[in-house]
Design a protein around this ligand. Structure first.
Ligand SMILES: C[S@@+](CC[C@H](N)C(=O)[O-])C[C@H]1O[C@@H](n2cnc3c(N)ncnc32)[C@H](O)[C@@H]1O
Length: 227
C-alpha cells in the first residue's frame, strides 16, 4: 500500500468546491494506460471522469442516483446517462447484460451502504477498475475536535473488501486543503458534497466546533484502486 501526501490551497473566489474530487479524477485518469472503448462510470455526478476522457470511446455509460447531478453532466453522442443506485442489485442486474471494458467510480463509493456487495457486483463485469473511495481519515482533525466518529470506512476496511474481489494496486493519498477562514471551511464542507449530506451537528455544536477547530486546513484521505 503506497501512501502519498498532497497539499493545495482552496481558491474561495473561484468557487472550487470540487477541487479535491477533480484532483482525484485526474489521478485516476493519469494511472490508466489503456484507452477503453466501453466505459462505465458509477456515481458519475456532473461528469468529472467523462470530461477528462481524451480518447475515442464507443459508449460511455454514466450512472448516478441524483437527477440534479445528471442534469449537470455534459451530453454527447454515444454517452448514456441513467438514474441508478449502486446500492440496488437491480441496477447491476441490468448493467451486467452489457459489456464494459473499464469501470470507473470517482469519489462516490464511500456512500455505498454495503460496499462489499457493490464491489462484488462491480467484479462481475470482469473489467479493469479505476476506483477512488474517500476513507475515514477525511476531516480527521475536525471530527476529533467535534468528538464524532467518521461515517466513512477506514482504508484498511476498504482494502479488505477490495482484495476479496480484485487483484489490484491500492494507493492511499492524503490531501490537505488550506483556507482563509474557519467560515470558508464550513461553507466548503456544505457545498463540496464530501460529507454526503450527513450533518450530525446541531447549530450550537457547529458554533462550538468553529470556535475550537485548531487549524485552517481540512484533511482528506482517498483510497485508489486500479488494475
Ligand atoms: C462527490 S460526488 C462525485 C461525482 C463525480 N464522480 C466526481 O468525481 O466529481 C458523489 C456522487 O455520487 C452519487 N451517489 C452517491 N450515492 C450514490 C448511489 N447509491 N448510487 C448512485 N450514485 C450515488 C452522488 O449523487 C454524487 O453525484
Amino acid at each position: 500500500m503506497k501512501i502519498e501526501k498532497e497539499f493545495s490551497r482552496f481558491a474561495h473566489e473561484y468557487g472550487h468546491y470540487n477541487l479535491i474530487q477533480e484532483k482525484v479524477t485526474q489521478k485516476l485518469l493519469n494511472e490508466i494506460s489503456t484507452k477503453p472503448k466501453k466505459i462505465l462510470d458509477l456515481g458519475c455526478g456532473n461528469g468529472s471522469v467523462f470530461k477528462k476522457i481524451n480518447w475515442e470511446y464507443k459508449k460511455f455509460t454514466g450512472i448516478d442516483f441524483s437527477q440534479k447531478m445528471l442534469d449537470l453532466h455534459p451530453k454527447a453522442e454515444n454517452l448514456h446517462l441513467s438514474l441508478g443506485d449502486f446500492n440496488e442489485d437491480k441496477l447491476f442486474e441490468e448493467l451486467v447484460k452489457e459489456e464494459f471494458d473499464h469501470v470507473f467510480s470517482a469519489s462516490s463509493l464511500q456512500w455505498a451502504s454495503d460496499l462489499d456487495t457493490s464491489l462484488y457486483h462491480i467484479s462481475q463485469f470482469n473489467a479493469p477498475i479505476s476506483l477512488a473511495i474517500f476513507t475515514s481519515n477525511t476531516f480527521k482533525t475536525l471530527l476529533q475536535t467535534a468528538g464524532i466518529d467518521s461515517p466513512l470506512k477506514s482504508a484498511d476496511e476498504v482494502s479488505y473488501f477490495l482484495k476479496q474481489y480484485f487483484k489490484c494496486k491500492i494507493e492511499i493519498v492524503n490531501y490537505e486543503l488550506s483556507f482563509d477562514s474557519i467560515e470558508d471551511i464550513f461553507t466548503y464542507i456544505k457545498k463540496s458534497g464530501v460529507s454526503g449530506g450527513r450533518n450530525k451537528l446541531s447549530y450550537k455544536e457547529m458554533k462550538a466546533l468553529m470556535k475550537n477547530y485548531p487549524t485552517k486546513t481540512l484533511e482528506f484521505e482517498v483510497l485508489f484502486a486500479f488494475n
